[in-house]
Design a protein around this ligand. Structure first.
Ligand code: ADP
Ligand code: ADP
Length: 233
């Protein structure tokens, strides 16, 4: 079952009247419950593609069908609704709100969903348990390690029960040991039925995915299935 269908996606940035073409015709089909690593040199267009996949930006031309919705022709408010429903984001810099506790950070997406306070707290608590941070729910980001902050961010990405998790360099700020712990969580998310797409520069991180897509100069250079690596605990 196709969740993401890209057909000849092009994206240019315009700086004054100069056009900078960044994506130059990307076509791609991703099925439900795939686990994809997106790789490629700096400047090859990975973040631009992730922003389009996550409905944070729209292509200059081409068609994008997300879970059966043609999002390439959508207005901003409609796009935002689909985004909240379908997508969970995880970033390299965690992007947590510094004044809010772990629990409150995880609950933020539920506020926009109109969920009541008690239910928000229960759901956020359950998500924090799921990522192994059940006992740290009162802590603020500056009282947590990088790995713990990323767990909070992952719990936040999952709290609306999205079908797709998009992660842009989720281990880029973490040491090797912590990176492996975070990748174990992504493997569990994948095993529980989500579609996972992550950007990474590191082959060791990409090795966790089942499919590796490499971008170069705004086009797909290669798209290969990956032999599953048994991760030793
Ligand atoms: P983004 O567009 O998402 O910011 P970048 O490609 O700029 O992603 O890189 C994200 C991070 O990875 C940056 O901190 C950058 O310094 C680092 N980085 C970029 N290229 C490489 C590379 N080839 N190998 C390792 N790290 C890189
Ligand atoms: P990657 O994530 O692979 O490093 P990006 O998608 O971040 O690549 O960037 C691809 C190219 O687009 C780079 O040359 C970058 O400078 C340019 N770019 C990215 N975002 C913008 C923007 N908002 N405005 C202008 N140029 C941009």
């Amino acid at each position: 079952q196709t969740v993401i269908l890209l057909d000849q996606i092009r994206k240019s940035y315009f700086i004054g009247k100069n056009e900078l073409p960044v994506l130059k015709g990307v076509s791609l089909n991703i099925n439900r419950n795939e686990y994809v690593a997106l790789m490629g040199p700096s400047g090859s267009g990975k973040s631009t593609l992730m922003n389009i996949l996550g409905c944070l930006d729209t292509p200059t031309s081409g068609k994008y069908v997300l879970s059966g919705h043609d999002v390439s022709s959508m207005e901003d408010n409609e796009l935002a609704r689909i985004r909240n429903q379908e997508i969970g984001f995880v970033f390299q810099q965690f992007n947590l709100m510094p004044r809010l506790s772990a629990l409150e950070n995880v609950a933020v997406p539920l506020i926009y969903g109109g969920v009541g306070k008690k239910e928000r707290e229960d759901k956020a608590r359950a998500m924090l348990e799921k990522v192994g941070l059940g006992d740290r729910y009162k802590h603020k980001p500056n009282e947590l390690s990088g790995g713990q902050c990323q767990r909070v961010a992952i719990a936040r990405a999952l709290v609306n029960d999205p079908s797709i998790i998009l992660a842009d360099e989720p281990t880029g700020n973490l040491d090797t040991k912590t990176s492996i712990e975070i990748m174990d969580i992504f493997s569990k998310i994948h095993a529980s039925g989500n579609t996972v797409i992550l950007v990474t520069h590191e082959e060791d991180i990409a090795a966790h995915a089942r499919r590796i897509i490499r971008l170069r100069d705004g086009v797909i250079e290669s798209d290969k299935m990956n032999a599953v690596k048994e991760v030793l605990a």
